[in-house]
Design a protein. Structure first.
Length: 231
DNA sequence: AACAAGTTCAACCGCATAACA
DNA sequence: GTGTTATGCGGTTGAACTTGT
């Protein structure tokens, strides 16, 4: 039997030192990413592979964009979250230079609070105070305001994602509700074009294709899941 | 200046699943 | 087909930092 990934004894934990960072950077520059299990030993690090991977992906990678999120990034996160739920890696994948951890943290510390303040449930993007009569479906024009927050404010119509944070009940659940529920209707002007990506994301893509008003193209970009958002 | 409360964010943990034997 | 390991993901934690009193 092979040893488990994280052998608890003899491995460092907690914050990384500059020396550790440098060792990791040097090693990956020379050997590239991959084989995280054997990397710590080869790089002379007393860390588990998991920890090295996380440090590299979330902090040391050269293409990481640090600093505040721009307004358009924030809008995109909201839109994607409405559609995808807490699938941070998928959301981050649409924000160049941003990591899933960063997006998740930003959501929890900034956006979530903002939405709550506005009376919007961040879990399902619905208003907490629901009008007595539901709006008819598919009648609202796309938001004309410059960002999603404005759209929320002006139209008070929130995205479709269901209680479970997932995507599985986005469009279908609305059909099920059939106007009986007071749930508001999607109006984020999400026009999706999805290309079948790498095998790993096929399940996701199928779900998306099934649950959203989307166009599935036959184009495949190797190892690059493609989800185009037009706002 | 000192402390408390609130916020941010890097890092850890556990689970799911892909990959492999 | 089954069992085991490696990897990736999302939830959570806690130290560091900021703000208010």
């Amino acid at each position: 039997m092979r040893k488990p990934c994280c052998d608890k004894e003899g491995t460092n934990k907690g914050a990384w030192s500059k020396q550790e960072d440098q060792k990791l950077i040097d090693y990956i520059r020379t050997h590239g990413e991959g084989c995280w299990r054997s990397l710590p030993k080869a790089a002379g690090l007393h860390r588990c592979g998991k920890s090295c991977r996380l440090r590299w992906i979330n902090y040391l990678r050269p293409d990481i964009k640090r600093g505040n999120f721009a307004q358009d990034e924030e809008d995109l996160i909201i839109k994607l979250h409405a559609l995808l739920g807490n699938r941070w890696s998928l959301i981050a994948g649409r924000l160049p230079g941003r990591t899933d951890n960063e997006v998740k943290n930003y959501w929890n510390s900034h956006i979530k609070r903002k939405l709550i303040k506005m009376g919007i449930d961040p879990n399902n993007h619905k208003l907490n105070h629901i009008p007595l009569r539901p709006q008819p479906q598919h009648v609202s024009p796309p938001p004309t305001s410059k960002n999603t927050m404005d759209a929320y404010k002006q139209q008070k119509v929130i995205a479709p994602s269901g209680e479970n944070n997932g995507i599985s009940d986005s469009a279908s659940s609305l059909e099920e509700e059939d106007g009986k529920s007071a749930a508001l209707l999607p109006n984020l002007n999400l026009d999706l074009t999805i290309a079948i990506p790498s095998p790993r994301s096929n399940k996701f893509t199928e779900e998306m294709a099934h649950n959203t008003e989307s166009t599935v193209t036959g184009e495949v970009l190797k190892n690059e899941p493609t989800l185009l958002l037009f706002t």
